[in-house]
Design a binder for this molecule. Structure first.
Ligand code: 7TS
Length: 426
């Protein structure tokens, strides 16, 4: 276990997690006649009233395009959009707001790095080092880049079902050919929390550029890009109480300054003539066209919300739910749960005997419980583990141990149903 897996002591303020549910209008409904139990937070999280208000309020009061009008509404929209950038910089402890690029989410952030930094700096023979637990979003963009540049991919191995990165031979993996190390901070399937600062520090000592996929961590724990020491970090707003289509790519300013643009169009240029154009400085150079203004503003409101609750508290709650689910679920006969026992995030993927994951999630849905079944955009990991699919429950700040009890009971009923259904008739 690494130091990062053990959370630092938090302040003593206690939070009534069940009461927080009042902030989330969507949670108060019945599904198939049962109270909704939303456990698909790794796919997307629900939004608190404060974020919905920020979204509507922007459209009701301030909607105009940014960076181009001199009229009042445009000035307001620009101030709110650039204010959101400053908020995101504080959220991540970036040194300056110019290090914050607004994106549609993690996938777009990673593609941006591949198509700008990667296209400029990688060539035949170079190695892009990933891990065996990456989401497709942190594999496919690099495959596309490798196809264009002749670079190749390598994968840091994991340790079987326990799903930890095998770091015992990390130094041997960080060869002189490796130009980039890109890894997920938290696995969306295994619940593993990777030691981001340690990985970045070892890579940095060898001059290797680093990218952290923070899709599953950004809304779940404190994140400090300076302490992590990464060159790039990508996150998705919708996985941290923000709206879909919003996200951030953090890039160390020296890197951004050295990168060509990706998308071309309005707002990213300094001047254009028919045959040649020049670019603005980062971050605007990487934000062509009208951005998701409302999304960025509402994402900033989500950051305010998470910080008002306390990200250290959320992280502690997350790990407590992960540990509780691990204990309760593994007590079910025949259930195989992936990922580490200790220091895990609030994501549990499991096989319920030989009952197909799609049967489990369909049955759970009938009981009002939203789970996810499938490969979770982790096909290579699934193949490595000899699986086609798993069922997954993923928790967030509004989930409680009582809900995990309800999930456990429902899984028990599913087991009973399928055992009876498959028993030979007398
Ligand atoms: N990286 C990780 C680790 C993820 O879990 C996801 C989405 C992404 C990247 C992509 O994020 P996006 O917002 O750009 O789509 N993960 C999941 C999931 O586990 N179920 O649905 C989406």
């Amino acid at each position: 276990m690494t130091a990062e897996m053990t959370l630092p002591p938090t302040n003593t303020r206690t939070i009534d997690w069940a009461a927080l549910r009042e902030d989330f209008p969507i949670l108060h409904q019945r599904v198939h006649g049962r109270p909704l139990l939303y456990l698909d937070n790794a796919a997307t999280t629900q939004k608190p009233r404060a974020v919905l208000d920020a979204l509507c309020g922007y459209y009701e009061r301030d909607n105009a395009n940014v960076h181009r009008g001199v009229h009042e509404l445009s000035n307001r929209a620009t101030a709110a959009y650039e204010g959101a950038r400053e908020r995101a910089a504080r959220f991540l402890n970036a040194r300056r707001s110019e290090e914050i690029i607004f994106t549609r989410g993690t996938t777009e952030g990673i593609n941006l790095v591949a198509n700008t930094w990667g296209a400029k700096h990688l060539q035949s023979g170079d190695v892009i080092l990933l891990t065996e637990m990456e989401h497709h979003s942190n594999i496919v963009p690099w495959q596309l880049l490798a196809g264009r540049t002749g670079a190749r991919l390598a994968f840091l191995p994991i340790t079987g079902d326990e799903g930890l990165l095998d770091l015992s031979r990390l130094d041997e993996w960080l060869t002189t050919d490796v130009k980039l190390l890109a890894f997920t901070h938290i696995s969306n399937t295994l619940g593993t929390i990777n030691p981001a600062a340690q990985l970045c520090s070892q890579a940095r000592q060898r001059g290797i550029v680093t990218l952290v996929d923070a899709a599953q961590s950004a809304g779940h724990r404190p994140l400090d890009v300076q302490a992590i020491g990464c060159d790039f970090l990508a996150l998705s707003g919708h996985k941290m109480c923000g709206p879909t289509g919003s996200g951030v790519l953090y890039g160390r300013i020296e890197r951004l300054a050295d990168m060509p643009p990706w998308h071309g169009g309005g707002d990213m240029i300094e001047s254009v003539d028919y045959h040649h154009s020049t670019w603005k400085q980062p971050p605007h150079k990487f934000e062509a066209g009208t951005p998701n203004i409302a999304g960025a503003i509402a994402l900033a409101a989500a950051m305010d919300y998470l910080d008002a609750v306390g990200r250290d508290k959320i992280a502690q709650h997350d790990e407590e739910l992960g540990a509780y689910a691990f204990e309760r679920l593994t007590a079910l006969k025949g259930l195989r749960l992936l990922g580490p026992r200790l220091g895990r995030a609030g994501v549990v993927s499991f096989m319920l005997g030989d009952i197909h994951a799609h049967d489990v999630v369909t049955f759970a849905d009938q009981a009002g419980i939203a789970l996810r079944g499938g490969h979770h955009c982790n096909q290579p990991l699934m193949k490595k583990l000899g699986l086609e699919s798993t069922s997954r429950a993923s928790f967030y700040l509004y989930n409680t141990t009582d809900e995990i009890d309800r999930l456990t009971e429902t899984l028990r009923e599913i087991q009973k149903y399928f055992t009876t259904a498959s028993a030979p008739s007398a």
